[in-house]
Design a protein around this ligand. Structure first.
Ligand code: GLN
Length: 473
């Protein structure tokens, strides 16, 4: 029986001949088959993955130098373009659309000999927190099938959670990697804005979107990030700096926690207590944790939803049923033709956000909403930069509660408010990670979120290692 713990161990087993890439792929295909009811995949590249695996096995047996991700089995969210494969963003409007090119980040993984096993279900256009707004239907949490896996990258999270691949990619505009990772009990890492090329990532809100990684092993997550964070001329918003290799920061960490985050009325009492106990444990281990105020806390969610819906309304205007998606029967009137295509192609949540975005950008409301939200974003960016100049990181919960039941958050405002802890990192472009640590009395997992200075993933990942060790100790 094939077993996977981390890439290093897998590579050793390949080298010693105790396993093959083909055996790995067969194992994951069987697991995907056995877990079909979880609805995590929108498409499985079965024969293609097997062909790649056999080719890699042959090449390795011929003693050729192997790539850093040789035979590593990876699933991708259905918003990442892969040439010749369908990319639909779980939307009716992109039904049967085939990618014309491959996303740079994905190409970097393939260049290191990763095997791409399939694409994963998600909320339509990555808008949501429960994976309930997919045209393919919801994804189920493998730990409790009456509960959501989180979203929007719910399929990618469950693919790793239930062992249907080794690693997976998601996208994180406001928490879509960290929150589902938290709900599923795995690691979810969102690098800084501009750290990984967005070329080939279906756009939701372009100044927030970032590709992120799901996995169970921190060092491997770091390796995938290092590989994907190479420069790309096709994305002008990338930080063209090499990944910052700060010399190992001091073993004792200096961390901040926001009083408003810990004392937030929506925070589950058990999560709050675990976090407080964990802080005490960190202090006992010699780390400094300081509670500080963050006065902009109440403005985080409103400014996120004003800005992202504005950007989404612009980004999604390209889906007109002509260049993308299925056209409705309407030949007489052009405006009606667009309207029919878009009405039939988009789901409720996406329509809501397009309308909200158009509203906040419209004459008369622009200054009151969009311009104000931009000003708040700027304040958040500078305050976070000041704080992170002084501290190695800020720790926060990931979500105010554990994975909820299907249908429980059908009111959009309550769903939006639950993004309180994750959207901050996207507003400020900071790297942030969800680390699994605890189990709730309802048996669902949850953990701790850490964020660091923009561009300083190395400090973030080093700090994460320390936190995981303290939590396990
Ligand atoms: N839940 C957030 C939203 O609905 C985050 C989505 C995301 O990160 N893609 O916008």
């Amino acid at each position: 029986m094939f077993q996977f713990t981390h890439i290093d161990g897998y590579h050793k087993a390949l080298k010693s001949g105790t396993t093959t890439c083909e055996a790995a792929v067969n194992h994951y295909l069987e697991c995907i088959q056995a877990n079909q009811h979880l609805n995590a995949f929108t498409e499985v590249y079965e024969s293609e993955a097997l062909v790649t695996a056999r080719a890699l096995d042959n090449r390795r047996n011929n003693e050729e130098k192997t790539g850093r991700l040789h035979g590593v089995v990876i699933a991708i969210k259905d918003v990442i373009c892969y040439k010749g494969h369908k990319v639909t963003a779980a939307s009716g409007i992109l039904k049967d659309f085939t990618s014309l090119y491959t996303a740079t980040a994905l190409q970097y993984l393939i260049d290191e000999e990763a095997i791409i096993i399939g694409s994963c279900n998600c909320d339509e256009f990555a808008m949501g927190s429960s994976n309930e707004s997919s045209v393919y239907g919801p994804v189920k949490n493998a730990l409790d099938e009456s509960r959501v896996p989180g979203g929007s990258s719910g399929g990618s999270a469950v693919a790793v959670q239930a062992g249907m691949c080794m690693y997976s990619l998601g996208s994180d505009t406001g928490g879509s990697v960290r929150q589902p990772a938290d709900f599923c009990g795995i690691i979810g890492f969102k690098p800084s804005y501009g750290s990984i090329s967005r070329y080939g990532l279906v756009a939701y809100a372009s100044s927030f979107d970032q590709i992120g990684i799901f996995g169970k092993h921190l060092n491997d997550v770091r390796l995938l990030w290092e590989i994907m964070s190479l420069p790309d001329d096709k994305d002008s918003t990338m930080n063209h700096l090499p990944p910052k290799q700060t010399p190992s920061s001091p073993a004792k960490k200096k961390l901040a926690i926001f009083a408003e985050a810990l004392n937030h009325p929506g925070l589950d009492e058990e999560i709050k207590i675990s976090l407080e106990n964990f802080i005490e444990k960190l202090r006992a281990a010699g780390h400094t944790i300081t509670e500080i105020p963050f006065r902009l806390f109440d403005y985080i969610v409103p400014s996120y939803y004003v800005l992202t819906t504005a950007e989404a309304s612009s980004n999604l205007s390209r889906y007109d049923g002509i260049r993308f998606g299925k056209a409705e029967e309407e030949k007489e009137d052009l405006a009606l033709f667009y309207s029919k295509n878009r009405s039939a192609g988009f789901g409720t949540e996406v329509k809501r956000r397009i309308m909200l975005g158009c509203f906040v950008l419209s004459t008369g409301y622009y200054d009151a909403y969009f311009a104000k939200a931009q000003q708040i974003r700027q304040l958040i960016v500078s305050q976070m930069a000041e704080i992170l100049h002084e501290y190695d990181g800020v720790i926060l919960p990931v979500s105010p509660a554990t994975a909820f039941k299907f249908g429980e958050k059908s009111d959009p405002v309550s769903a939006y408010l639950a993004d309180i802890y994750t959207v901050l990192a996207n507003l400020a472009g900071l790297p942030a990670i969800a680390l699994p640590m605890f189990s709730h009395s309802n048996n669902m997992p949850y953990g701790v979120q850490v964020m660091s200075k923009r561009g300083d993933e190395v400090t973030l990942l080093e700090t994460s290692e320390v936190l995981l060790a303290v939590s396990a100790g």
